[in-house]
Design a protein around this ligand. Structure first.
Ligand SMILES: *[C@@H]1O[C@H](CO)[C@@H](O)[C@H](O)[C@H]1NC(C)=O
Length: 152
């Protein structure tokens, strides 16, 4: 067998693997008690839209803007090409499909994120803290939940 096909194949693989992806993943919840973090009565939201944005810290130029949508268990998973260590990146809530739970929760509606290989993690998955939309009317169970958390 000639060496040529093997060399050709290797160079193809080289091209394919030079484009590396990091998978930014996290969950979107309905903050059913309007307290700014997840509780045992929080509900994951399917079909919620989020977006990742990165800006150049000096010029403020937009370097990256990708949208993602949550699956049936409230997870989004956004592939990002390349390393964005030098940029200011955030993930933020865009839209909720739930009319009763669609106002971005102040403080929990966006999160600064690092999109880089240089963090000593061998996995290409990067876990982001949950982002929450606030429900219009808190659930009746919230009184008990707050007591359990010693917030009431
Ligand atoms: C939803 O996405 C998460 C994260 O990617 C994944 O682990 C989970 O299996 C997905 N669930 C379904 C039902 O597809």
């Amino acid at each position: 067998m000639s060496m040529l096909p093997a060399i050709f194949l290797l160079s193809l693989l080289g091209v394919a693997s030079s484009e590396k992806f990091l998978y930014m993943e996290g969950q979107v919840y309905c903050d059913t008690c309007r307290i700014g973090f997840t509780t045992r009565v929080s509900e994951w939201i399917a079909g919620a839209k989020v977006e990742i944005e990165c800006h150049d810290p000096a010029t403020k130029e937009l370097k990256l803007n990708i949208e993602g949508v949550t699956n049936s268990t409230g997870w989004y998973r956004i592939p990002v090409a390349g390393d964005h260590e030098e940029e200011n990146c955030v993930v933020k809530l865009v839209e909720s499909p739930r009319k009763d739970c669609d106002s971005p929760n102040r403080g929990a509606d966006s999160s600064r994120i690092l999109i880089t290989y240089n963090v000593g993690i061998s996995s290409n998955n990067r876990l982001i803290n949950p982002l929450g939309f606030a429900i219009k009317d808190p659930l009746p169970a919230c009184g008990d939940v707050l007591k359990e958390l010693e917030l009431a």
